[in-house]
Ligand binder design. Structure first.
Ligand code: NAD
Ligand code: DAU
Length: 401
């Protein structure tokens, strides 16, 4: 029996990871540590918490006393750190919170693990570690910055983050590797591309577009919708993390992605046509639409798309080269995008109560603040933004860092 400390598991990927692990393995015990910020919802995992195989503790990853207490109580074999402030747009509004949670929170967990797992010193003065332990950091492809129209991120691509969010995740990766180099700490890192699937908070593109269509609202597309993201079904990411923790050599970094690049505008169009088709062929779902809009659903069309002011510093393109994880561990994504996106849309149609629960009054205030000005000023600046992003070669070349 292995005991995992899984942080941030009331959020999107962490909750999917806990469900994945509990269903795949009988011999795991999981302790969830989550601060339940706006992005964490206990209702997502309450059925998984049985206080036998799965426990929940509300708390901050930056709380030293709590972290020490949990290590003493549960004697963890593994730490899997999902907890983070994860939304790029919020990091532009409030960078400091991202630095506190994503950098100092990570460092606090590393130190707690070090206090609990170090057994002594070797002849050169390096710490020695309990057999079989591992700290795993869940990182992101955004640490590499932005690609131009060609090429892919490999594990050798220079780190070149552009947003406060991605800079904080990059800093966390560097701290993790510093603990590896300085203390010989057993660590691993995965850098994954954009995830999609159930329990994705509707501040992110895919669930936000689904929710807006169902509410007959405009669909905000930043800039010209030409930015490219590389989408991976969340369960495939969970499988990769499981494989890395149990099979990878200490100190290894893996990129995770399935070569599924799409322009934002194409994703939005696909969501529109899928929901329209479901509403036409399965009219029972029309109860999710505003009452006046149920009889004729032809309004679900591309006319809902509204080009709005671009994200500042908007990365043009992400694209992962997953050769290393495939070659070393045999990981491959199982869910093709065409299947995964329909599955995801259906999950949102079948779980309106979850969406309602996570989008209370705070969400509306967030939406008004984040999108009020954007809708007011769709701009020529978008043209300039895209032009300069297309001209970049990718990596750090354009910034001379
Ligand atoms: P999320 O925002 O949905 O969930 C984050 C969770 O962390 C929430 O439950 C929140 O309550 C918790 N949390 C926040 N601050 C905390 C703190 N100080 N202490 C304890 N808990 C705290 O995020 P997500 O999309 O599930 O992302 C999870 C991780 O995966 C993040 O580290 C993110 O950087 C990384 N990642 C995300 C994606 C993606 O596409 N979503 C892709 C690659 C990597
Ligand atoms: O690449 C991995 C990253 O993917 C993770 O590290 C982040 O935690 C995760 O949030 C995600 O970041 P993105 O910024 O790519 O995701 P987001 O859903 O916010 O935006 C996806 C694209 O859609 C991006 O180009 C911006 C655009 N967008 C987003 C929103 C919310 C819009 O055009 N309109 C919107 O309303």
């Amino acid at each position: 029996m292995k005991t995992y400390l899984v942080t941030g598991a009331a959020g999107f990927i962490g909750s999917n990871f806990v469900k994945y692990m509990l269903s795949k393995h009988n011999d795991v015990r999981i302790v969830i540590l989550d601060a339940l910020t706006y992005a964490g919802y206990l209702g997502t995992i309450d059925k998984d918490i049985d206080n036998k195989r799965c426990f929940f503790v509300k708390g901050d990853i930056g709380d030293r006393q709590l972290a020490d207490k949990l290590f003493a109580e549960y004697d963890f074999d593994y730490v899997v750190n999902f907890a983070a402030e994860s939304h790029v747009d919020r990091s532009i509004t409030n960078p400091q919170l991202f630095l506190l949670t994503n950098i100092l929170g990570t460092q606090n967990l590393l130190d707690a693990a070090r206090r609990a797992w170090v057994t002594g010193k070797d002849a050169q003065g390096y710490p020695t570690w309990r057999e079989g332990v591992r700290y795993h950091q869940v990182s992101t492809d955004e640490v590499y910055g932005s690609l131009g129209p060609e090429g892919y991120f490999t594990e050798q691509t220079p780190l070149c983050p552009h947003s406060p969010y991605s800079a904080s995740k990059t800093s966390a990766d560097l701290i993790v590797m510093a603990y590896r180099d300085t203390f010989k700490m057993p660590v691993s890192i995965t850098r994954c591309s954009n995830n999609y699937g159930p329990y994705h908070f509707p501040e992110k593109l895919i669930p936000l577009i689904i929710r807006n269509i169902l509410s007959h609202k405009a669909l905000p597309v930043y800039g010209k919708g030409e930015n490219v993201r590389d989408w991976l079904y969340v369960e495939d990411h969970c499988k990769a993390i499981d494989m890395v923790i149990s099979k990878a050599k200490d100190g290894t970094i893996y990129n995770v992605g399935g070569h599924n690049e799409m322009r934002n505008i194409d994703i939005v169009k696909l969501i529109i046509s899928t929901i329209r088709e479901i509403m036409e062929t399965e009219p029972q779902y029309r109860t999710l639409l505003p009452e006046a809009d149920r009889t004729d659903v032809s309004w679900i069309n591309e006319g809902l798309i509204t080009y709005v002011a671009d994200r500042l510093g908007h990365d043009l393109r992400y694209g992962i080269d997953p050769t290393k994880i495939k070659a070393d561990l045999g990981w491959e994504p199982e869910t093709p995008f065409a299947k995964g996106i329909v599955k995801t849309i259906r999950w949102y149609l079948d779980n309106p109560d979850w969406v309602k629960a996570v989008t209370g009054t705070d969400y509306q205030a967030y939406y008004d603040k984040m999108y009020g000005n954007r809708f007011a000023k769709p701009n020529e600046q978008n043209d300039a933004c895209i032009k300069s992003a297309m001209a970049r070669k990718g990596g750090c070349e354009e910034t001379n860092r």
